[in-house]
Design a protein. Structure first.
Length: 119
């Protein structure tokens, strides 16, 4: 089993930045692809970004390309999401996920961290 705990969320003004972290425990995440999803009030959970187990391959939702960067530190069992140029529409609960591939995330989920972007 893998336990995932997100942190780094908060309130930020539009145009600002936040860095989310996802700390894993229970098992090493070095063999898992990792990703971030988000869910805004009244909306479905949507994919944000993913990184392969080596860190060599990433993919992003079109809505966050060029603004968000996903990275991982397998030695620290942690995944990050650097979010720049934040917009009010980025407001959501952000969830960390682990899976067998960047297109197969969801074996494990964190509890989420709230990100609120004010206009």
């Amino acid at each position: 089993q893998v336990q995932l705990v997100e942190s780094g969320g908060g309130l930020v003004q539009a145009g600002g930045s936040l860095r989310l972290s996802c700390a894993a425990s229970g098992r090493t995440i070095s063999s898992y692809a990792m990703g971030w999803f988000r869910q805004a009030p009244g909306k479905e959970r949507e994919f944000v970004a993913a990184v392969s187990w080596t860190g060599g391959s990433t993919r992003y939702a079109d809505s966050v390309k060029a603004r968000f960067t996903i990275s991982r530190d397998n030695a620290k069992n942690t995944v990050f999401l650097q979010m720049n140029s934040l917009k009010p529409e980025d407001t959501a609960v952000y969830y960390c996920a682990a899976g067998s591939g960047t297109l197969s995330l969801g074996d494990y989920w964190g509890q989420g961290t709230q990100v609120t972007v004010s206009s």
